[in-house]
Write a protein of this length. Structure first.
Length: 283
């Protein structure tokens, strides 16, 4: 939100804004985010060829006899006259979303941050600083495992049939894999945030631990359609490691909470505890 001037602060010390002012500010920040997205999409248009070669590489890694008609090169097909144009738009949007992410993330943060307390802001900083690398790591693992999944799916084509893989179908498969792996890596972070919010305790986490690990391997087996165990482990093992790290954090945080809660013992009802005093300072 816009920082008020000194004269405005005297009349409005809490920097309150009317509903109309909030809508105007939201409109301005949306326009800035959309402008940055448009610039990023222009970058995606000029760099379409190298971006497409990078996205096409998992398909090109498949052995020659497993690909379309056993032809040389990475052969994908288009069915419609406008398919080439639409795939350009999709690549442009993807590149634009990534390139402009610092701008639209800042606009989103600048809009919601003034309504948060100091402690909530620290949690948000920690969440974003952790969520982005985790999602990127999950997407990187998806990129590595994609070739084996594609090979298995092509082997499922019956004898006598020809697999005509369209550009649009391949791009949809790749996008789904990147999202599935990226979001799977976010699950331990969500558990940590639930614990920070007081919703999930270590006792409950420990009861669910075996079920969660089993669910991770079951999810990996479905998300990576390949008989190759390496591809499944590529997703499952990092997720299990992250779950174990999340459990250690939840255990330590619950112990810290228990120690801080003991500070209330022996205090009168009208006496301010050190914990309350600290919370007031943070606010």
């Amino acid at each position: 939100m816009t920082t008020p001037g000194r004269s405005a602060r005297r009349h409005n010390p809490e920097a309150r804004m009317s509903l109309l002012e909030h809508i105007r500010e939201l409109r301005g920040r949306l326009l800035k985010a959309l402008l940055a997205l448009a610039v990023g999409m222009a970058v995606g248009w000029f760099f379409f060829d190298p971006v497409w070669k990078f996205l096409e590489r998992p398909y090109c890694k498949i052995p020659q006899h497993d690909r379309l008609l056993g032809t040389h090169g990475c052969t994908l097909v288009v069915n419609g006259l406008f398919d080439g144009f639409f795939i350009h738009l999709k690549i442009m949007f993807l590149v634009g979303l990534i390139v402009s992410s610092p701008v639209w993330l800042y606009q989103l943060w600048a809009f919601i941050a003034p309504g948060l307390y100091a402690r909530e802001r620290r949690w948000t900083y920690a969440f974003v600083a952790t969520a982005v690398p985790l999602f990127a790591a999950g997407a990187a693992f998806a990129y590595l495992a994609m070739s084996n999944g594609l090979r298995f799916l092509l082997h499922m084509v019956p004898n006598g049939a020809t697999a005509l893989i369209t550009v649009d179908t391949y791009f949809g498969y790749m996008t789904a894999m990147l999202l599935i792996f990226g979001l799977a890596f976010e699950v331990p972070l969500i558990m940590v945030m639930l614990n920070m919010a007081g919703v999930l305790t270590h006792a409950r986490f420990r009861r669910w631990r075996r079920l969660m690990i089993f669910a991770v391997f079951a999810f990996a087996a479905v998300a990576v359609p390949s008989p190759d165990p390496f591809s499944m482990l590529l997703l499952a093992l990092p997720c299990v490691v992250l779950i174990e790290l999340a459990e250690v954090f939840v255990w330590a945080n619950d112990r810290r909470r228990a120690r801080r809660a003991s500070m209330y013992a022996g205090l009168a009802d009208d006496e301010i505890s050190p914990l309350d005093f600290e919370n007031r300072i943070d606010a």
